[in-house]
Design a protein around this ligand. Sequence first.
Ligand code: NDP
Length: 315
Amino acid sequence: MDHTRLTHFLLDGRWVRDEIRKECLPRVERMVAQAGRPPCLVVILAGSDPASEIYVRGKVKACQELGIASEKLTPPASVTTAELLAEIDTLNRREDVDGILAQLPLPRQVDTRAVLAAILPEKDVDGLHPVNVGNLVANRAGLRPCTPSGIMELLRRYEIPVAGRRAVVVGRSDIVGKPMALLLLHQHATVTICHSRTADLAQECARADILVAAIGRPAFIRREFIKPGATVIDVGMNRLSDRAQVISLLAGAPEKLALFEKNGSVLVGDVHPTEVAEIAGGYTPVPGGVGLLTIAMLMVNTIDAAQRRLGLCSA
Ligand code: NDP
């Protein structure tokens, strides 16, 4: 790897994303040669949540760039659980569909757990089906949630040691915090999971060699949460448009303030952008960090699912 990156402290999600994509391209081509078709991902976008629409657009675009077939289903916001289950049943039966993703959050009236559990585990490219959750807990092969597996790829490709190190994950969601902690545990880190009821969060975090913030609170992780030289992974994606909030949180971050002045809003992670740069050994920026890896790993999961379903070799 290019060690000059380490001297800048920035763990560049774009570089990792590009490396992953380079590996995906020949796998897609091989599948076309062997099976006569590319892998196929179907994304279900129910309703019109603006953030979800942006995420889904990014997923469809990533498929196009790699030659992966994709379909977008857009049931209305009034869709019922029964209607979504019927849709998923059809997709489960379709031979040409390898991956099914229900973009979260689903509309309020929908039973999200029932929908996620209805997706065939071998087509569950978000890794949220109970069978895949069980496989993750037991460290058996299976589809893993994309954001935490992308973070593991970043740590691996930057040769950041995990075994024997103290890792602290802030956040215990099913989609990020819990699977992140399990993946780090399987790589032999000593893992602590923190959440909103953790007593003395700063002290817990300051013991971490690897600190993962998946909280959903802008610039929440400050200087005193970070052990000097630690690796800090910022999962948070918080868009701020309130001037008073931006100024109070980001007074010491002139680049973010300038972006806010230009665009009227600014994207901020869960980690304070300038304080982390002063104290961490390496850190992921927002944007340009973890977010890019999530979509890249969705592509990997879709290709993996297709190869496994069709019994093709994964090399
Ligand atoms: P959730 O809201 O599901 O979970 C947030 C977690 O943070 C909860 O476990 C909560 O604790 C904990 N938390 C909240 N406030 C505090 C606090 N003051 N102190 C300690 N812990 C706290 O969020 P997600 O896991 O879905 O997402 C987290 C962030 O990551 C969001 O900003 C989201 O946008 C972003 N994200 C980014 C992705 C990417 O690709 N970059 C992908 C997915 C998410 P408790 O359980 O006690 O309530």
